[in-house]
Design a protein around this ligand. Sequence first.
Ligand SMILES: [Fe+2]
Ligand SMILES: [Fe+2]
Length: 209
Amino acid sequence: MDKTLQDNKERFVELLKSTQREGVESVIKDLESLGFFEAPASSTQHLNYDGGLVEHSLNVYDMAVMLKEQIIARRPDLEKLLPTESIIIASLLHDVCKADIYRKVMRRRKDAIGTYEEYQAYEVDYSNLPIGHGEKSVIMILRSGMYLEDDEVIAIRWHMSAWDLPFQSFELSKSLNVARDKSPLCSLIHTADTLAANLLERKLEILRS
Ligand SMILES: [Fe+2]
Ligand SMILES: [Fe+2]
């Protein structure tokens, strides 16, 4: 295993175990057998290489910790609603739904002089438990036998926020509004996920030189 990948995996496991949440060992075991630690974060966008998913999860955690510090400096009353344990769990496990969706495939493309070359890519396959994104993460964690607090369920389920409302379902829209009001962790994890993916991980097209 690549050194960075191994270091990221160790940090991920250590952080998760530090929560001492019942069932954490079985979550780690299940993630291991699903290939979570080798999976990419996406097929063509951010961190689309082996180990990208664990790297992304740690980036979301680091971003959430940074944002929390700034937020509680202005709103000290929110500190007790954003416990470290919940930030670790929601950040590190928000995308476990992606652990089993990527398959490595070989594709062909033309190189600079027009000759075909083979390259390795990822194909996405949603056939294992096709129930949606955040919902699948929550169910996978619970099925592994780990308890989640209500606001952790909300933060993981709604980490895509309104991006998970493609058909404008009335009930889902209302649920998201209530989720945001009830759980500051929900907004924190969504924002940390967005900033990690869009500013730390994606290749940006810089408009200013
Ligand atoms: Fe996600
Ligand atoms: Fe994510």
